[in-house]
Ligand binder design. Structure first.
Ligand SMILES: Cc1ncc(COP(=O)(O)O)c(C=O)c1O
Ligand SMILES: N[C@H](C=O)CCC(=O)O
Length: 428
């Protein structure tokens, strides 16, 4: 028995399911998760000192590669000054100013501790601003685990095959309306049936929690128009796409201006951070300026701000970074597409920039229902093969692969070789 299995056997006695976040349990791929003892560049190292090329990248934040020396240096220096003060710091002003002066649709920003908190707060703010209660979300989009958003949710809920969560009172989701991703008509109908009642539409501008599903041409623009026509706010949940698809995220890439935006993960360089921001006129309603209450003892933590600031600077001030990530995505996902064609497998690769996934269905996946046509047993076989050959993937069909700058051509070639072996093994 390897050490990861031993650790899992110990963990399940004290932690529900042995893990602190459900997807990590690897339940649906039928094996114990790798317990990770360290990471560097494109690699993670498990408890048995086996090294894997990592495509989880902490679900996005390690966009520069694991343990980037510049970020690490700033973290160590911040730690030396104190771990937390529960009081205002210059570092918070620096990062807020840095973001607001570079992303036009973010005029003010508030730091929180996770993506869940960011989204929960943005929804409260949208309701406070519009004085309306209903929100529209999309089936298969995941916005964290706050009560009102656990409706037709992606990520771990989709992996478990459950649309929502026990313990959420019906009243908490009564105002959450679920629309079909890439289907503007479904949104239009909800607006018509709930005239004057919808506070906001929240969307993952590129869905990355039901596998990766791209917005069809006109979808995001159509949402912008419908929100404006109906007096509702458009919230882009850029917890995954922010600072990844471009510095200004999907909003910059698709040239759509949301009213509010939520960030997570990347903004903390690997430390627990989230943020929400947007138009000044809306953000000015947040306490202590306005009546929408939101607070956090550890929000704006100085160590997290130091990590995030350094990561954002490296991303914004190195003009090559986004073109390198694009090229890496093209090489890896394009290479996988070619191999799937060559070996005639019933799979599709969905990708944009450094985000992607292999869907085990020949359908062109545009929404939750189509994503669910994937053969999750075939995915489990793929996951195991890749892991046994040194590639660490997200353990679910309904998650994304994340590339970093540390995924060099050599690393991508090694991955493609393993993927070709996988294709051979199943087409034989
Ligand atoms: C798009 C999106 N929004 C929100 C969240 C919630 O973030 P967190 O897990 O940091 O609470 C996640 C990921 O978990 C996410 O992918
Ligand atoms: N899909 C989630 C993040 O984007 C997976 C992370 C988690 O829930 O642990």
């Amino acid at each position: 028995m390897d050490r990861s299995q031993q650790l899992m056997d110990r963990a399940v006695k004290f932690i529900p399911g042995g893990v602190n976040s459900p997807v990590r349990a690897c339940g649906n791929v039928g094996m114990a998760p790798r317990f990770i003892q360290g990471a560097t560049g494109p690699y993670v190292i498990d408890a048995d000192s086996r090294r894997y090329i990592d495509y989880i990248c902490s679900w996005g934040p390690m966009i520069l590669g694991h343990n980037n020396p510049e970020v690490l240096d700033k973290v160590i220096r911040a730690c030396e000054n104190g771990l937390s003060f529960g009081a205002a710091t210059e570092a918070e002003v620096d990062i807020a100013e840095y973001i607001c002066t570079r992303i036009p649709h973010v005029e003010m920003i508030r730091m929180v501790n996770s993506g869940t908190e960011a989204v929960m707060s943005a929804i409260r703010l949208a309701r406070g601003y519009t004085k309306r209660d209903k929100i529209i979300k999309f089936a298969g989009n995941y916005h964290g685990h706050s009560d009102c958003l656990l409706v037709d949710a992606g990520s771990g809920l989709m992996t478990a095959g459950i649309p929502g969560s026990a313990g959420v009172p019906a009243g908490c989701t009564a105002d959450t309306l679920s629309a079909v991703y890439n289907d503007l008509d479904s949104v239009k109908k909800l607006f018509e049936a709930n005239e004057g009642k919808v506070a906001a539409v929240i969307v993952e501008p590129v869905a990355a929690n039901m596998g990766v599903v791209l917005p069809e041409k006109g979808f995001l623009k159509g949402l912008r128009e419908l929100c404006t026509q109906n007096g509702a706010l458009l919230i882009f949940d850029e917890v995954i796409t922010g600072f990844r698809l471009a510095f200004g995220g999907a909003a910059e890439r698709f040239k759509i201006k949301p009213d509010l935006v939520t960030y997570g993960k990347i903004i903390g360089g690997g430390m627990p951070v989230g943020a929400y921001g947007g138009r000044k006129e809306i953000m000015e309603l947040v306490a202590p300026l306005g009546p929408v209450y939101q607070a956090g003892t550890l929000s704006g933590n100085p160590v997290a701000m130091a990590a995030g600031m350094e990561q954002l600077k490296l991303l914004a001030e190195n003009p090559d970074i986004y073109s390198k990530l694009e090229a890496a995505g093209e090489k890896l996902y394009g290479g996988m597409e070619n191999l799937i064609r060559q070996y005639d497998l019933p799979c599709t690769v969905s990708h944009i920039g450094s985000l992607g996934c292999v869907f085990f269905t020949s359908a062109e996946v545009k929404n939750y229902e189509l994503a669910k046509t994937s053969d999750t047993e075939a995915f489990a076989g793929y996951y195991k093969f890749m892991l046994e050959h040194g590639i660490h993937l997200a353990p679910s069909q309904f998650e994304a692969m994340f590339l970093s700058l540390a995924h060099t051509d050599e690393i991508l070639d090694q991955t493609l070789e393993v993927f070709e072996d996988y294709c051979k093994s199943v087409s034989a």
